[in-house]
Unconditional design. Structure first.
Ligand code: SF4
Ligand code: SF4
Length: 489
């Protein structure tokens, strides 16, 4: 049991010398950080579970529709051509995490990581409710297989499997939407073998991780856990033990001792089984349980709280801590760069519809005596889950230019894609040669516009006018030379 194993800096508590898993039983703890983490954990669970339910622009708030290669993030709709925007989204998030870690250490791991949130606030909460605090769980582990033990274990693992199944379904609904998931359930596993296989695999993985693997994922597998030590320095906020104040450890009654009474309460509550008094360690996920545990003890022995507290390595060693340092500027610059590029690209490119305009392949233009025509193809794609209506207009074009084809009140049903031909005409008497202009596609649903600047091609105006004049002259001559009925006797 964790209580009987002495953590040290040469080995990982949760792994035995022979490589087997050492089962930890973190003790219950209460205090301001535990309460705050519980509230944040509850809010996050609600957010994770409800995002597929909240409709924005006709799609779930987060819907990674891989089947149709469309991605919807809080009202921003991206299709496969816009996927490059995700690079800036992911790198922006990564740089935010770098920046936050350099300032606040592993705040992400202990407070907001979905793995910790589910493990601490769902699975461990169920375990504690059924089997009791650490000593009772330890006793139950060692007890022979009685009816009561079988019942408790069945209830606990039954609830673990139920929660894993629910989380797996919520996770899959991010990719197929709730409506899609409901359809899959109605159709049955035979019709949607891959999706049901994915849910079954995910359920089994979640159950394995949360029922057995637990803290080992953070300690030996999580890549962020590995890189966080490279992101922090001696000024980063961490959870640490005040050695100057706490040592030498021993009985509170001995005036030569420090404030640490060596009660091991901070070790007993630690979900990764480490001793925070040994200094900052890779296994520490920053959950603050040891702060609450030690504060409880300090209150009991009438000493000031904060022997274990949020601080920096420098501050704990009596050196003043700096927030502003080269690392701060480097990560801040990367974070601002990533998030700004993402915001700008989303604003400019990601729309609930796509409108791409190309010249019709083949002849660049058509001409006759009445004017010069360019034909364009307008590829419209409605990314919304509801029908949308669009209007096409011209901008920065000469006022004598005109359009023919479908230009107003173009309605596309949900997720529909269509291509329209648009003819732009320059009348012969006004034509002055090639020019650039803008075709504007505007959504009536929200007034959003997509603008495409494109060229109008045509012949040399001098040559064209000469040809038109010659053709007109020839036509007039022919008209003059052709006898009419009235000329006949
Ligand atoms: S040392 Fe403290 S903060 Fe770190 S994991 Fe253990 S209990 Fe949590
Ligand atoms: S809980 Fe506090 S007093 Fe008890 S061993 Fe840990 S640091 Fe020392």
């Amino acid at each position: 049991m964790a209580e009987n194993k002495n953590p040290n800096l040469d080995s990982v508590t949760t792994i035995n010398q022979d490589g087997s898993h050492f089962k930890l039983h973190p003790a219950n703890v209460s205090g301001k950080f535990t309460t705050a983490r519980r509230i944040i954990g509850f809010i996050l669970i609600v957010v994770y579970a409800t995002l597929p339910w909240i409709p924005i622009n006709g799609n779930p708030a987060v819907f990674l529709d891989t089947a149709n290669r469309e991605f919807h993030l809080f009202g921003i709709s991206l299709d496969v051509q816009d996927l490059w925007v995700l690079f800036f989204f992911i790198s922006g998030l990564g740089f935010i995490l770098f920046f936050v870690t350099s300032l606040l250490g592993r705040i992400w791991c202990g407070w907001t990581c979905p793995y910790t949130v589910f493990l601490d606030h769902i699975y461990r909460a169920i375990e504690r409710a059924i089997e009791g605090d650490a000593p009772a769980r330890k006793k139950l582990d060692a007890a022979p297989l009685t009816g009561s033990k079988i019942l408790k274990r069945m209830l606990k693992h039954g609830l673990f499997i139920l929660c894993s199944t629910l989380i797996a379904h919520i996770f899959i609904s991010y990719f197929v939407s709730l409506k899609g998931l409901y359809g899959f359930i109605q159709d049955g596993p035979r019709t949607h073998t891959v999706s049901f296989g994915a849910i079954a695999f995910l359920t089994a993985t979640l159950y394995f991780c949360f029922a057995w693997f637990r803290e080992q994922f953070c300690v030996v597998m999580c890549p962020y856990g590995r890189i966080q030590s490279a992101l922090s320095d001696d000024n980063t906020m961490v959870i640490g033990y005040d050695e100057k104040r706490g040592d030498p450890r021993g009985k509170a009654s001995d005036p030569n001792n420090g404030d640490c009474i060596d009660c091991r309460r901070c070790i007993n509550v630690c979900p990764t089984g480490i001793d925070i008094r040994d200094g900052l360690q890779l296994e520490c996920i920053g959950c603050a349980a040891c702060i609450d545990a030690c504060d409880e003890i300090m209150v009991k022995i009438d000493r000031p709280k904060g022997l274990v507290r949020y601080s920096s390595h420098n501050a704990l060693n009596g050196i003043s801590s700096k927030i502003i340092r080269p690392r701060f500027f480097a990560y801040l610059a990367l974070m601002l760069l990533g998030t700004t590029v993402f915001a700008v690209t989303v604003y400019k490119k990601a729309r609930p519809f796509n409108a791409q305009i190309n010249k019709m392949t083949g002849s660049p233009y058509q001409k006759d005596n009445t004017g010069v025509r360019n034909i364009y193809q307008v590829h419209l794609s409605n990314k919304r889950n509801v029908s949308s209506t669009f209007d096409i207009s011209l901008q920065d074009a000469p006022e004598w230019i005109s359009m023919s084809g479908t230009t107003n009140g173009i309605t596309l049903t949900a997720k529909e894609k269509k291509t329209y031909n648009l003819v732009v005409i320059a009348p012969a008497e006004k034509y002055e040669g090639s020019f650039n202009f803008t075709i504007v596609v505007k959504s009536r649903n929200d007034g959003m516009t997509v603008k495409n600047t494109i060229s109008f091609a045509g012949p040399s105006p001098k040559l064209y006018r000469k040809n038109v004049r010659m053709a007109k002259d020839a036509a007039e001559k022919e008209a003059r030379d052709t006898p009419t009925h009235t000329d006949q006797p």
